[in-house]
Design a protein around this ligand. Structure first.
Ligand code: MN
Length: 329
């Protein structure tokens, strides 16, 4: 019997982009990443709407490929509806790669050029197929793998979520084995770091998924960090273990507890699902906000102490006055 082992996620803006348009879901047994595209901040809106839709519909009801396909269709509708009603987001879209672990199987759903990899027995295999122009050219023999690697239109995708009322979703299932590591990653990793290096970094840091993920982001930034980098990793272990909150949280890098806020109305859905973007500036801002709160709390406590003393003094004075008046009589 196999089950989920350690899980982890990391996201980084990279070196060249101002914003992080990647979003992720890391809510065992449901995992996903989305890489948004569109002008202005529309890419961010698309990927976060899609991630929010998945989280909301959630992993509560299992159901393998069919379930994933339904989840992705629902996410597609939400992104599409928004882009057809909000001119600021018109034409936006996102990739989506979803994995659901149940009964020793991992079911996948996939649209776009984000990737899922399986690391098993020291080998790494891409299990999703890129829906990209370059991959089409590769398959038809018009490009060699070397040409594909540096092709200027490398980021052009042939299928996206949210650009049409319906989306064609690839689904498939892999029978999991104890020791498997699955990676979901955006092209900010795979365009910057070769597969052999990804494999090596994960294998070398196998005992700590968090460290492994950090090393992947570092490698991507070292080679230029041209795009946002997001990786979700989950491990398959012998029997059910470590999926309770405490343990998984520990490994969820850069996922603040604001996770619970996901949701709500169309209007605030996007800012609320802020977990995917954790820049150092935001962490700094959060730390400062906490310090401010602490200081305010201390001030309130001091004020309350002063008020308590004043009340005591007034009562004591009242008693003294009462006694004095009585003795006078
Ligand atoms: Mn990207």
């Amino acid at each position: 019997m196999t089950g989920l082992g350690h899980v982890g996620v990391i996201t980084d803006t990279g070196r060249k982009r101002r914003r992080n348009e990647d979003a992720y879901v890391c809510e065992p047994p449901l995992f996903a990443i989305a890489d948004g595209m569109g002008g202005a901040q529309a890419g961010e809106v698309a990927s976060r709407l899609a991630a929010a839709a998945l989280k909301e519909s959630g992993a509560k009801t299992l159901g393998g490929e069919q379930r994933i396909s339904d989840l992705i269709q629902e996410a597609n509708r939400r992104v599409y509806d928004r882009s057809s009603t909000d001119p600021n987001t018109s034409g936006m879209g996102t990739t989506i790669t979803v994995a659901l672990v149940e009964n020793g199987n991992v079911a996948f759903g996939h649209v776009g050029d984000s990737r899922a990899y399986l690391i098993r027995d020291g080998r790494m295999e891409q299990v999703t197929e890129d829906h990209s122009l370059v991959n089409e050219l590769l398959k038809s023999g018009k490009l060699s793998p070397e040409e594909a690697e540096s092709h200027p239109q490398r980021s052009v995708i042939t299928r996206a979520l949210g650009t049409d009322p319906d989306v064609d979703v690839d689904t498939f299932t892999i029978a999991a084995e104890a020791g498997d590591v699955f990676l979901l990653c955006s092209d900010g990793l795979t365009d910057m770091v070769g597969e052999s290096e990804i494999l090596e970094l994960v294998e070398r840091n196998r005992q700590d998924i968090g460290v492994a993920l950090k090393s992947l982001v570092k490698a991507a930034n070292r080679s230029g960090g041209e795009d946002n980098i997001t990786v979700v990793a989950f491990e398959i272990a012998e029997s059910q273990m470590l999926t309770h909150d405490g343990q998984t949280r520990e490994n969820v890098l850069s996922a603040p507890s604001r996770d619970d806020e996901v949701t709500l109305t169309e209007a605030d859905a996007v800012p609320a699902v802020d977990t995917a973007v954790v820049s150092t500036a935001e962490i700094q801002a959060e730390v400062e906000a906490q310090e401010r709160q602490e200081r305010a709390k201390r001030r309130r406590r001091r004020r309350r102490r002063v008020v308590a003393w004043l009340v005591l003094i007034v009562i004591a004075a009242g008693i003294a006055l009462a006694l004095y008046l009585r003795f006078l009589r």
